[in-house]
Design a protein around this ligand. Structure first.
Ligand code: CU
Length: 154
């Protein structure tokens, strides 16, 4: 666990002697605590481009930001949002404290370009998520049928 805490906070904690019993619990609420669920990639219909969806849940008391994504199957992975039916690339998406960031069909999504191989249904695609504060998170994203939509729907 590599968590960076502001130096001032550390100084206060030291002054109060709180670090003496620091086992990692209790102080966690000043950090984001991220977990990824519902990740999938619809089997791409294009040989060069694919989309990916997932949900990032933050149980911590601080927000974080998804800043970049990498994958060994794609030369480039970008984060897109959909506004008024048109998608555009964004530099970061916020994962709110005690909240979630949802990437779902018709909304925010990952865009894989310059594919090195074409993912097939039943395979998995490894994706590494990079955040402003938290360490990187690796996700094994299952490849679903091209028409797949999760039960929780659109
Ligand atoms: Cu897109």
């Amino acid at each position: 666990m590599r968590r960076t805490a502001p130096a001032a906070l550390l100084a206060v904690a030291l002054a109060a002697g709180l670090l003496a019993g620091c086992g990692g619990s209790g102080s966690g609420d000043v950090n984001a605590r991220l977990a990824v669920s519902s990740a999938y990639m619809p089997q791409p219909v294009s040989a060069s481009m694919a989309a990916g969806f997932l949900t990032i849940v933050n149980d911590g008391g601080a927000k974080d930001e998804l800043t970049s994504v990498t994958s060994d199957i794609a030369g480039d992975v970008t984060v897109h949002e959909t506004v008024g039916g048109a998608m555009r690339e964004v530099q970061r998406l916020t994962v709110p404290a005690h909240g979630r960031l949802v990437l779902a069909s018709g909304g925010n999504h990952l865009m894989f370009e310059d594919l090195k191989r074409r993912p097939r249904q039943g395979q998995t695609v490894a994706v590494e998520l990079h955040f402003a504060a938290s360490g990187p998170v690796t996700v094994e994203m299952p490849v679903k049928p091209a028409t797949y939509t999760p039960a929780t729907g659109h």
